[in-house]
Design a protein around this ligand. Structure first.
Ligand code: PBG
Ligand code: ZN
Length: 324
């Protein structure tokens, strides 16, 4: 006796009834890159469809996002001036604080997440203060200024803080700093399991954050390590993170599932710039059915256990879902 699996595949409506995984527009967070100026909308060569924007343009963009049903964004700031400690990120009139205030006052119903890191703000492009002797980022010195950065974001009106620098103890530090400043209810989405990945290449063009020396292997994870990947996320759960994340997404879906099973927190995936660029270029060259492959990829994230998808495809997916 064998089972006729094909019985439930023969009819379109029945296929919908037995479908196990669904993608919703509510699953998405859309990244925006803000720089100073007015009326600036500069496309990134390596990421067609992704732009650096001035605040006025970003505010208009939010209008369009809401019309598509996207109500969550994650902001990255590109400052005019960079220095060794990333001072612009610690300034209440810096690019990120200004962007959060501007967007929240124009769109109070938009959920604004801030990426908390220093690599876009430092002249050396690393994710914190450099320890010259060790030629790497000084963990604990970076924790201190990260607490300050979190308060700058919170004061500006951020709805959720997302630390992406892979410093040890960052969640405990941010929770303590935020609670101490009266922001006990402000959630933290940790980039808890983040790998040193070649897939970030195009992002570093748009965020202008390529390290001037070395790479990030002394703080981001080795792609080869599975047990450590789980331990990193579990540690952030114990430190008080509200949402965990695996980044990049596509090459790490095994870990999305394992971390999902090992913790009780909501899980996000970051569908990174290189993943976006690969599909985009393949689609533009008619090598794949672009929309179909994008949707298949989003379903794979959900099936692996992701609750939240941070993706440059979010607007395209929203349109696909509307036209279905
Ligand atoms: C900053 C940061 C990076 C990304 C998000 N936050 C880059 C990096 O760590 O080099 C990558 C996003 C992407 O590739 O789309 N720490
Ligand atoms: Zn960084």
């Amino acid at each position: 006796m064998f089972q006729r699996f094909r019985r439930t595949r023969l009819n379109k409506n029945l296929r919908s009834l037995v479908r196990e995984t669904h993608v919703h527009v509510e699953d998405f967070i859309y990244p925006l890159f803000i720089r100073s100026g007015e009326n600036i909308k500069k496309e990134v060569a390596s990421m067609p469809g992704v732009f650096q924007m001035s605040l006025d343009v970003a505010i208009k963009e939010c209008e369009e996002l809401k019309s598509l049903g996207i109500y969550s964004i994650i902001l990255f700031g590109i400052p005019d001036t960079k220095d060794s400690i990333g001072s612009d990120a610690l300034c209440e009139h810096g690019i990120i604080a200004t962007a959060v205030r501007g967007i929240k006052s124009a769109h109070p119903d938009m959920f604004v997440v801030t990426d908390l890191c220093f690599c876009e703000y430092t002249d050396h492009g690393h994710c914190g203060i450099i320890d010259e002797a060790k030629e790497t980022v000084d963990n604990d010195a970076t924790l201190e200024i990260s607490g300050e950065q979190a308060i700058v974001h919170a004061k500006a009106g951020a709805d959720m803080i997302a630390p992406s620098g892979m410093m040890d103890g960052i969640i405990e530090q941010l929770r303590t700093s935020l609670d101490g400043a009266g922001y006990k209810e402000l959630p933290i989405m940790s980039y808890s399991t983040k790998f040193a990945s070649g897939y970030y290449g195009p992002f570093r063009d748009v965020a202008e954050s390529t390290p001037s020396f070395g790479d990030r292997s002394s703080y981001q994870m080795d792609p080869a390590n599975r047990r450590e990947a789980i331990a990193e996320s579990v540690s952030d759960e114990m430190q008080g993170a509200d949402i965990l994340m695996v980044k990049p997404a596509l090459a790490y879906l095994d870990l999305v599932r394992e971390i999902k099973d090992a913790t009780s927190l909501p899980m996000a995936v970051y569908n990174v710039s290189g993943e976006y660029a690969m599909l985009k270029m393949a689609g533009m060259n008619d090598l794949i059915d672009y929309e179909r492959v994008v949707m298949e990829t989003m379903i794979a994230f959900k099936r692996a256990g992701a609750d939240i998808i941070i993706s440059y495809h979010a607007k395209e997916v929203a349109k696909m879902l509307l036209n279905r």
